[in-house]
Write a protein that binds this ligand. Structure first.
Ligand code: SAJ
Length: 400
């Protein structure tokens, strides 16, 4: 069996490699010639532990090769980005372009699957495009949607062990897609229809965003109430059926902070809680900026000199080096823009350097700072002893 993966990014490349490792002949297609070249040379263009060796295996044994253009296959997977236009309007143009690119190669009996996070109804819309171009294929090919739910940094394990939701435009398509994924997925493959599978992905991430918004709102209330929010949540979670998540400096990454807009864009009057949760999580970052600026002003009033400030963390979540959509990065930029020529030290232990920020070692920054702002709960920060002579703004529960 041969499969064509359209898109060799954070999901397409690992999935292609795992499928190839399980004996499926793979052609991986990407519009970026450098990605194609690096992949064929056995070099990873993304960061994912353990994936490099697997890539070299499947390249060396000829089970995977990368190409700029699609090749005739038995199954086609659309794993390209679905970014947003300006006003949080989902942009499915990459999904449509990838679909149109494979249409000439489709033949009776083929499987066509979309994995990209998409607005509800996208799979049916792509089916319409296929049948308009190739009417003879109507009801002759299998079309389904199968979202991914892997956690960056643990992709290899999760691609094999996570349950997956498989939604066909009809039951034969669902079964055909299940047949494909059973070749390498050990998790349970759950059957549904395409619209439900599309909405399931959006639901998973939106539910997490709403839960985080609850924790962030609680942290703002507790700050005003003079309550330690970390202690409060820890106690509330002792209840057997309560599971409150952790407050942070905002919500980052290109998933949780993004996917809820797929729902609010299509259901604006019905998705009030989801929309408000996005606003709360975005507001939390703004709130953190104000807290830092106020602490700096307060320090100057008390000590009659500018403070040294350590901004601890730039990544979008703990113990990774990914800064995409990072609230911490936003906060650091806003504090630096304050331009009051205080000495602002920027810390990110998972990066050696950054093209915009001059980075300081986390211990040095902690020692030198008058004000320490913990933005991301990186493990090394938890080794720093609490120093009551410093002003500590702990937005991520380092000392919880
Ligand atoms: N965060 C908090 N408090 C928490 C948990 C997370 O503030 O209690 C913040 C993190 O700091 C980060 C953001 O939320 O800024 C997102 O973190 P995350 O832990 O949700 O990680 P992601 O975005 O890398 O992965 C999520 C996962 N989805 C769910 O857990 C429902 C992952 O399974 C998905 O595959 C991924 O989104 C995706 O690609 O959609």
């Amino acid at each position: 069996m041969k499969a064509c993966f359209m898109g060799l990014g954070y999901i397409g490349l690992p999935t292609s490699i795992i499928a190839a490792k399980h004996g499926i002949q793979i052609v991986g297609v990407d519009i970026n010639a450098q990605v194609v070249e690096k992949t064929n040379a056995g070099e990873l263009h993304i960061i994912e532990p353990g994936l490099g060796d697997l890539l070299r295996d499947v390249i060396d044994c000829g089970m995977l090769h990368a190409s700029i253009t699609p090749e005739e296959s038995d199954a086609y997977f659309i794993v390209v980005p679905t970014p947003f236009k300006g006003n949080h309007e989902p942009d499915v143009s990459y999904v449509e372009a990838a679909t149109r690119a494979v249409i000439p190669f489709l033949k009776s009996g083929d499987l066509f699957v979309i994995e990209s996070t998409s607005p509800v109804g996208t799979t049916e819309a792509m089916a319409e495009i296929i049948y308009t171009e190739r009417p003879e294929l109507k009801d002759k090919i299998y079309i389904a949607y199968c979202p991914e739910r892997v956690l960056p940094g643990n992709v290899i394990y999760e691609l094999i062990h996570n349950d997956r939701v498989i939604g066909g435009i009809n039951s034969e398509s669902t079964d055909k897609a299940i047949e494909f994924y059973s070749q390498f997925v050990q998790g349970t493959l759950h059957k549904t229809n395409a619209r439900t599978a599309e909405m399931c992905k959006l639901t998973e991430n939106s539910s997490r965003d709403v839960q985080i918004a609850f924790a962030n709102e609680l942290s703002i209330i507790c700050d005003k109430a003079g309550i330690n929010v970390w202690e409060l949540i820890n106690l509330a979670n002792k209840h057997p059926r309560v599971h409150i998540l952790q407050p942070g400096c905002g919500v980052g990454g290109h998933c949780i902070a993004v996917d809820p807009y797929f729902i609010t864009a299509d259901f604006p009057s019905e998705s009030k809680l989801i929309a408000t949760s996005r606003e709360i999580n975005n507001y939390k970052s703004f709130w953190c900026v104000e807290k830092v600026k106020n602490a700096m002003l307060q320090f100057e009033l008390n000590k009659h000199r500018k403070p040294v400030v350590a901004m601890m963390g730039l990544a979008f979540k703990p113990n990774i080096d990914d800064l995409r959509e990072s609230p911490a990065k936003y906060i650091v930029s806003k504090v630096l823009q304050g331009g009051n020529d205080s000495d602002i030290l920027v810390v990110e232990p998972n990066l050696k350097e950054h093209q915009v920020f001059k980075l300081t070692d986390f211990r040095t920054a902690y020692e030198r700072a008058d004000i320490v702002v913990f933005l991301v709960a990186h493990d090394p920060f938890k080794t720093l002893p609490f120093n009551k002579n410093k002003v500590i703004l702990d937005f991520c529960g380092i000392y919880k």
